[in-house]
Write a new protein. Structure first.
Length: 329
């Protein structure tokens, strides 16, 4: 070679040439890889651990913070993958306890999905948002959101099961007694219809353990302890992603409210050594609430009260306020 291509004849170093901007296809592929990383991180380490990666994803893809109308010139695939990325970010923010930011991310994900006509991502966003509304004390709004998932054609079995699960939780919080039982029974019936070619790609996580956990949780909301406790125990001990530790937290809450003191103490003994690594703020807050309940209830045995103090000392602290802004008001 005649010389170093980045060095001038005088020996002085020339400034590096700017990198060419990524093509639309390359940015779409990068967003798809980001989704895979976020889903893996959330499943293995939990939402709290995934928040910094979600923040980095927003920085790398500033379109997530722009007016959706400015994306009309982009390809449908580009907008669809951004909608899915924003949906994943919304889920992470919700499970990390950053509810205000989760509301915003859901709104942005839905706007993007509707812009490109991606009905399946729009449905998933609504199902996630219904869960967020239930969790934040708006069950009537959650019921309305879940009802908007249906379309002109019947939904695949696993998706319709999830709609019924969301409706069962909301109606239980609204004070209904029979309707939640009917809804959760229908969810099980639909689920037994099995997978189909019409299932969206995101339906992989709707499995029997997920359904069993929600069945037990709905029954616990209704104080049907005889049926709720075995189902929650089955879901809590099944292998699965990190966020399913929530079922163990709901099992402990149900045991405490049912007065099953020995079983509650055994579960705390199992959970407390691992409590510091819990990546779901929902799970940590549920456990903290139950620990407070056990510490203050008058009939709780001394050993269980001490175990509740031990659990509380090992739980992670609250998630700090985030600067993540996936969408403006």
């Amino acid at each position: 070679m005649d010389g170093d291509p980045v060095t001038a004849p005088t020996g002085q170093e020339l400034p590096a040439a700017p990198e060419p901007p990524l093509t639309d296809a390359a940015r779409t592929a990068d967003a798809a890889r980001t989704i895979e990383r976020l889903v893996h991180l959330d499943a293995t380490r939990g939402a709290r651990a995934a928040v910094p990666a979600a923040r980095e994803a927003v920085r790398r893809h500033p379109e997530l913070s722009a007016d959706p109308e400015r994306l009309r010139g982009h390809s449908r695939d580009r907008i669809a993958v951004l909608a899915e990325l924003c949906e994943v970010i919304g889920w992470i923010l919700f499970d990390a306890g950053l509810h205000r930011h989760a509301y915003r991310a859901d709104a942005r994900a839905l706007a993007l999905a509707e812009l490109c006509g991606d009905r399946w991502t729009a449905r998933l966003v609504r199902l996630n948002h219904s869960m967020l509304q239930t969790h934040t004390g708006h069950p009537r709004a959650a019921l309305e959101t879940a009802s908007r998932v249906a379309g002109p054609r019947p939904l695949p079995a696993r998706v319709s099961s999830l709609v019924l699960i969301r409706q069962a939780h909301a109606t239980a919080l609204l004070g209904a007694r029979r309707e939640p039982l009917e809804l959760i029974a229908r969810a099980q019936g639909h689920f037994l219809d099995g997978v189909s070619r019409r299932d969206p790609h995101w339906a992989w996580w709707i499995d029997q353990a997920e359904l069993t956990g929600h069945q037990g949780w709905v029954l616990a909301r209704l104080r049907r302890w005889d049926r709720a406790l075995p189902l929650l125990h089955r879901a809590a001990t099944a292998p699965g992603p990190s966020y399913r530790h929530l079922f163990a937290a709901e099992l402990l809450a149900a045991l405490a409210r049912a007065g099953a003191w020995r079983e509650a103490e055994d579960l705390i003994t199992d959970l407390a050594p691992r409590a510091a690594g819990i990546g779901s703020a929902r799970t940590a807050r549920s456990l903290l609430g139950t620990a407070h309940l056990l510490r203050g209830a008058p009939r709780v045995p001394a050993g269980l009260r001490d175990a509740a103090v031990f659990l509380q000392e090992h739980l992670p602290g609250p998630e700090p306020a985030s600067t993540l802004r996936p969408t403006p008001r």
